[in-house]
Design a protein around this ligand. Sequence first.
Ligand code: SF4
Ligand code: SF4
Length: 441
Amino acid sequence: MSDARDPTQFDPVVPNTGEEYEPLEVFPDDEDFDLRPGADSCYKCSTCDTNCPVAEVDDDFPGPKFQGPEQWRLKQTDDDYEIDPSISECSNCLRCDTSCPSGVNLAQMHNTARGEYVDNQMSKLSVKYIRNRILANYRTSAYFASMFPRTANFFMNFGPVRWAMEKVLHVPSEREFPEFATQTFRQWWSERGGAKVHSDDKKIAYFHGCYSNYNTPEVAKALVRIYEHFGYEVMVPPQKCSGTPMFANGMLDDARRHAETNVEELTAAIEEGADVVASCTSCSMALRNEYPELFDIDGIDDLAAHTYDAVEYLRIHTDVRQELEAAEVSGELEEEFAYHAPCHARNQGLERQAIELFRDLDGVAVEDVGESCSGISGTYGWKSEKYEKSMEIGSEMFEHMEESEGTTGMTECPTCASQMEHGTGYEVRHPLELIEAALID
Ligand code: SF4
Ligand code: SF4
């Protein structure tokens, strides 16, 4: 027999030294060690930096790699580390999060860092903080404005008022305030007597968000009619803001208060057999991605698992595609549309849904105007110091819209819609309005 050891006798678990040893304590403080997925997965490829629209137009912005994983590491190693103020320059478009090949959760890192910066380092008496708090709580302003919509519409765009707002609050006078509807969606819903279709097994709970309630109830009404056309019982639970503008402004306590109501009300609807659909892609993203990343509320994971964008849900659960192939649009919406996919739709993998859905619909043409960010990012473009940057980011989209055949815009995001209108003068419609025009008499 040779001197070689019998491989079947080798136990790889037991070190073959014959000596006793003490195990090494690698992480002495391991209970506090943050090993959440993605926190340490950055391999510095810089893909996020090259996809950041703010970094593209602002040489002083350090970019998402610094805002996310690098700052995160600095926080892990230095308890006194202060968040870099440049976190306020991030628009929360999430293009970095969407593009990272290593699954680093940049959205969660940015939102957490921004929240810490606002809580601990920003003066609560500064004009910026007060202005940002007002912008982030749009639902509150819209609630009061909707009590006197005609008066609000006049005053919000009245020259001297806008001049004063620019001087005092630094809200750019170039922007047009969105009009408030004379009847909110919820008023219409209540006047209508609620759902017209009842079903034991096909129910959706509609998260309309602030904009479809106060500014564009036609989108919300289209959703109700389309879902009823497909035999769904529509529920409209009590709800607050999704929190999207609060995340973007670092107001995490405000966002949490709203999230608590939304989670409670929407999970109650889920228990009754409903799935949750939202007509704004930023709202669906908040409910299914940002809530579970930032908060620990009973039922939050259940809500995330049952939340969909309204068009996405129709494509999964109904014959909408086949019905549209056999339909034709005539009248007001017999048009060519310049379609912009919102960054938050991209983050959910929904950027092609409108193009694919309307491809074979007679009477219309829908052209994708490309991958660029609109630049508005909710409240970002509503700040004087960011207005020029916002327009520079949006310039590629404006150009592509103007080069396309269409003279009407289309998108799922209401603030992208306002930027598209502002940059081109085009009227902008929601895909749900086109589905309604094609399928509902
Ligand atoms: S894309 Fe992801 S892995 Fe690459 S530098 Fe950015 S965070 Fe790191
Ligand atoms: S969220 Fe958008 S603006 Fe902010 S760092 Fe990421 S890509 Fe840049």
